[in-house]
Design a protein around this ligand. Sequence first.
Ligand SMILES: Nc1ncnc2c1ncn2[C@@H]1O[C@H](COP(=O)(O)OP(=O)(O)OP(=O)(O)O)[C@@H](O)[C@H]1O
Ligand SMILES: [Mg+2]
Length: 457
Amino acid sequence: MNERTELLIIDDEVPQQKILKVCFEKRGFAVRTAGSGEEGVALFAQHRPPIVITDLRMGGMSGLDVLKEVKKQAPGTEVILITAYGDVDVAVDALKSGAADFIMKPVDLGNLVQIVRNAVERQAVMAAPRQAPPAAREPGVGPIVTRNQGMAALLESARCAAQSDATILIRGESGTGKELLARAIQQQSRRAARPFVAVNCAALNENLLESELFGHCKGSFTGAIQDRIGRFEEADGGTIFLDEIGDLPLGTQVKLLRVLQEGEIQRVGENRTRTVDVRVIAATNQELERMMAGRTFRQDLYYRFNVISFRLPPLRDRRDDIPLLAGHFLELYAARAGRPAPAISPRALESLAHHSFPGNIRELENIIQRTLVMTPGAVIDDVIIHADLGVPPVEDIAAPGGALGEDAGLDDMLAGIERREIEKALREAGNNQSEAARRLGITERQLRYRRAQLGIR
Ligand SMILES: Nc1ncnc2c1ncn2[C@@H]1O[C@H](COP(=O)(O)OP(=O)(O)OP(=O)(O)O)[C@@H](O)[C@H]1O
Ligand SMILES: [Mg+2]
């Protein structure tokens, strides 16, 4: 770590401010402190430190205000929030709007140091010179198909992260492509030729999971009839993908923490430790922050995982990818069946664009697979899609109020569909925004955002 990394600490409680200052100065950071958000922002403008730690609740400017101001001035700055126990909702929102991380009071200094180290590592990783990615792709890792801008930016960051050994946490709803991204990262890393080992942490009970991860020696429990190496050893030199870490039993969390801290594992029933060289990529579709607040997920482990994190957007938030992905899967599965890919009728595409996709890309993939089987001909028809989605066909989409002329671009078409859906939901909900959001299967924030974008009053 760069020993003179500059740090700005903003806290209106003087004792806490002092403790933090001493803690980080002892570790070689150059620390500045401010007693209010206003003072902090002024200091930031002057010195531009790469890392800012700020209390959330302060008189005057809040930590969130500080976050926004700092990000506006220097988007690459890592802002860490200190929150009260009950502020987990605010904290989760802050993460979504660019905070690096948050820590709950009472502040555990060990965890905070880990968070700051993560931030330093992240900045180093993202600033490192880029090497050309290895050319060979492992067969079986498909391309990540997208034309969405947010996704493109995410993939660019992932390419940077792939060059390092930093631990990565991939968030996202079920079916958004977490495992695909993990495999792509492995393929772009110096470990590409080494194993990629995926473990589903939700599939096994505590004892079996530990034996699976770390291995066991003969006789360590009933059924252990011979020595067995664990998945960490199997992944040596390569990458281990820990899927569904939100389901890790607390006991296993403790053991995993040791592995991440020491780079050493211990087989179940054995005293000696073994060193492993493994890059860890973890994934979850759960809100770990909430689990931390509820004490079902250890904070120290969370901060070990959360060095670099990616949040894959749900498909309904990147509808511009629906036609592209539909085409991609059509080609893929038609080729596998040894037939030319059928076209997809515009109406059928509209229906897909309409759908909320709770199962995200996997759902779209399954729909295409099934409709392909049901369509021997050259065109996938709206009726088939509707039979699959289990909804009646939409009434004439090109009805009044829409900008759906024959040659309107697809984007306009989708925007038109979305506008009508939102207006309909609002009408049906008697203009109650949260109810309308519920009907649409999106959050109220997303709805507000889309309304503003589409100019719906
Ligand atoms: N951008 C994409 N381009 C092409 N295929 C994709 C894309 N994203 C996901 N897929 C495909 O969608 C399917 C689901 O992806 P994946 O298994 O990676 O999701 P996941 O987030 O791990 O889901 P779960 O939480 O259910 O395990 C896979 O078949 C994957 O290849
Ligand atoms: Mg998965």
